[in-house]
Design a protein around this ligand. Sequence first.
Ligand SMILES: [Zn+2]
Length: 395
Amino acid sequence: MKPSALFVVTFSLLSLAQAAVAQNMTPLLLAVKDPPVPFRGSDGNQHLVYELEMTNFSSAGIAVEKVEVLSNSGAALQTLDAASVAERLQPAGLRESSGTLAKSTRSLLFIHVVLAPGAAMPAQLSHRIGLRVAAAPPGMQEMTETGGATNIDRQPVAVIGPPLAGEGYISADSCCDSTRHMRAALAVDGAVWLAQRYAVDWEKVDANNRIYNGPKEKLESYAIFGKPVLAVADALVVTAIDGEPEQTPGAYPTNIPLSKADGNFVVLDLGAHRYALYAHMQPDSVKVHAGQKVHLGQVIGLVGDTGNSIVPHLHFQVSNRPDSLASNDLPYEIRSFEVTGKTPGTKEFDEAETNGTPLPITPLKQSVQSALPLDQLIIAFPTSAPDSQHTADHQ
Ligand SMILES: [Zn+2]
């Protein structure tokens, strides 16, 4: 377009709108599909967890060099440098992160903002992104974009009872910077879902801090095997599946269909569009059936190793739909528990799970009320069944 032609076009637009609006190329498109739901973590802080979808609408690579999460007042709540972005930006359909989006591709940036207990919760968030756009002319490749505006979803967070009783439980792959659940973005039934965003794989250590003691491939070697699984609220059973066989611990089963991935599982309707999923229970242990009412603390099954499971454990999550994969996972808070220790991290946990060696646990003694157990903690739940109460809401 010649400069004179450009002038004519610009002039016409101005005449129509009677206001000059600058137009900028935004080769990186930003969007948040699931607004973050604030919740209280077991560290006492407020947490915001969500995914910023980035689409490279250009013909060459875009390097994301900086991301600032902005509150509606304009304050930067969090700044991610290029190295942090590279650890948190995951191309669609892949599990390895990369700070660069190849041409014409989409990635999800996994964001976790921590606010102090008394800090004001913003009403909205947006993002200021520093990027290098290879398709732009030389000298114009460094760009800044602002976008991906989202509300904060202030829906009440479910406050529930414990899914297990007793001590020594490990909150494996829990919120908020672990990857196996948090980043399990799956395309199911025509949409991308984060159904396991806040899921926990509960495991257990014995008195010697071992996950298993004895033959690795024997179910009974595992401290958690056979522990009773409890209804977290007075609820209605939506789904109860039994009859799937145990796997052999130590290796994932091969060629397991999606429909059998949860093994023997139960979905409870907690009300207000919240559904609790309990997966991988023992065969013949699921004693509830669809349509049945259960009460808080009622035993609904026993911890097993069925479905897509490598060792006996309880997978637990609360989502907005009864489907285990096509649902948006929601945070929840457990009414009362104790944090009795913490592991050094997922790597050491994996080693202890693989080798049966004691986990080097740092002891803690912390009573927690109404919070989500964060990642890699050792948790003691009340041993006696709690008094029956309805699921309470907590703002
Ligand atoms: Zn899991």
